[in-house]
Ligand binder design. Structure first.
Ligand SMILES: [Zn+2]
Length: 184
């Protein structure tokens, strides 16, 4: 009896949630994917230095409050900023490029290069375990999507036409990054 009651309440709750989020199907589908991903995120992950890092899971409302509309569009809805709009394109000082949503270090100035694409580009990550890779087909062909391992935020994509020694090009939305200048 109790199990039936709980199942019924659960079904009603899910229906209410579905009704509430049925405004725009494309955005909602993306949001749902992100929501599922966030719910499936582990509580911690371990980086290459052996540090245990606590993952960040927030609700849609909490992310909206924490991020600018442009940041929310890219980081939480997997949008793409317009090319040649990021002020980080010309950032040449020594430092670290961290996730704009959670502060996890993602890239370093040493591995930044001028790709000519209009998006900040790197040939190596600061730590591969700080970035999660997935495949998306949003443009009709498979691309390797990059997400922050701590908060699940969308960063950009990686391509295999970068400079040596890796031959990789991490093509990142500048709005997903915050630059932390080195003290040296
Ligand atoms: Zn993050």
């Amino acid at each position: 009896m109790n199990v039936l009651k709980i199942s019924f309440l659960f079904a009603v709750t899910i229906s209410i949630i579905n009704c509430k989020s049925a405004q725009s199907s494309s955005v909602d589908e993306k949001t749902q994917v992100i929501k599922n991903y966030a719910e499936n995120m582990p509580a911690y992950f371990v980086n290459s230095l052996g540090d245990s890092i606590k993952t960040v899971v927030k609700s849609k409302e909490q992310w909206e409050a924490a991020l600018s509309p442009a940041q929310y569009y890219v980081l939480r809805e997997k949008g793409t900023e317009r090319s040649f709009t990021s002020e980080l394109l010309s950032e040449k000082r020594e430092g670290v490029f961290a996730c704009a949503a959670c502060g996890l270090p993602l890239f370093r100035s040493e591995e930044k290069f001028e790709s000519g694409t209009g998006w900040p580009s790197f040939w190596k990550t600061a730590d591969d375990r700080h970035i999660i890779k997935d495949t998306d087909h949003l443009l009709g062909y498979p691309r390797t999507e990059l997400m922050c391992a701590k908060c699940g935020g969308h960063l950009g994509h990686v391509f295999d036409d970068g400079p040596q020694p890796t031959g990789l090009r991490y093509c990142i939305n500048g709005v997903s990054l915050s630059f932390v200048k080195s003290n040296n």
